[in-house]
Design a protein around this ligand. Structure first.
Ligand code: FAD
Length: 238
């Protein structure tokens, strides 16, 4: 294990887990103490975390991607929220890791980031998308309008932002159907030029909503930020 840890610290950055809390039925909040500050961080970006240290031969289960929920450059601390709905390696890692353990990661990176140009903002996704949505929404001028649709089967899956007073709308639904959200959206006045839309979560849900906004609502393509976080038939999307 000593050799492995030495290889890991050369290939990845490392951080220390300084806090772990179960904040919802299926979500852990993890607070990491960094060694170095992030370079060129943008709200909405993700870390690629090494979650397979105890079985490095399971290639599919080595890395999982988790978004930054909050970054404090002065304290060199970063927060992430890890969901366990999947029961996969990422979920297992989050359930088993302890305060004081070392976390190996790369990043942050990604283009699913805050765009300050909007006059109105829309956030749609499941619980796994909540942390990056909060992080992006915190950057928005408080005078601008935010509409949100966060769904899961049960209310006790939902968690509030620990780092702001943001109030997102929770909706109970049993599957990843877009029916309900589209029914709600149909009555919204969305300006195709100045509305910025973020969609994340299950892959088909994201694809259908992208098509809806593009084809029905004629939202400018540059204003549509879509990021599949997971796919029903795949392990750990990048
Ligand atoms: C850019 C990006 C950012 C991400 N940010 C976050 C984040 O901030 N927080 C977070 O929790 N996850 C996030 N994810 C998803 C995360 O990377 C993992 O894919 C997810 O946690 C599942 O990993 P796992 O190893 O537990 O399960 P896997 O082995 O990947 O999957 C096992 C099974 O569970 C299913 N599954 C996966 N996720 C879910 C789910 N949410 N609900 C129901 N079934 C599911 C899979 O389809 C598969 O059948 C992000 C993904 C991407 C691509």
């Amino acid at each position: 294990m000593k050799i492995l840890n030495s290889i890991m610290s050369k290939a990845f950055q490392n951080a220390l887990l300084i806090r772990k809390e179960k904040i919802a039925k299926n979500t852990f909040h993890l607070k990491l103490k960094l060694t170095n500050s992030f370079e060129n961080y943008s709200a909405g970006q993700q870390l690629r975390i090494f979650v397979g240290l105890e079985n490095v031969l399971a290639i599919n289960d080595l890395i999982r991607t988790y978004s930054v929920w909050h970054y404090d450059a002065n304290k060199l601390e970063v927060d992430i929220a890890v969901c366990t709905f999947s029961n996969g390696q990422g979920a297992k890692w989050a359930s088993e890791i302890n305060v004081g353990d070392t976390i190996y990661f790369s990043g942050p990176k990604g283009k699913f980031v805050f765009n300050p140009e909007g006059k109105q903002y829309v956030f749609i996704g499941d619980i796994s998308a909540l942390a990056p949505f909060y992080e992006i929404a915190k950057q928005i001028d408080p005078n601008k309008q935010i509409w949100s649709y966060i769904y899961s089967r049960n209310q006790d899956d939902f968690f509030k932002d620990k780092f702001s007073e943001l109030d997102f709308n929770f909706n109970s639904q049993n599957d990843n159907s877009t029916k309900l959200v589209i029914a709600n959206l149909d009555i919204l006045e969305l300006d195709k030029q100045s509305t910025i839309i973020y969609i994340a979560g299950e892959a088909n849900f994201c694809k259908e909503l992208f098509a809806y906004f593009r084809n029905e609502k004629k939202i400018f393509i540059k204003n549509l930020y879509t990021k599949p976080f997971w796919h029903p038939n795949k392990k750990g999307l990048e």
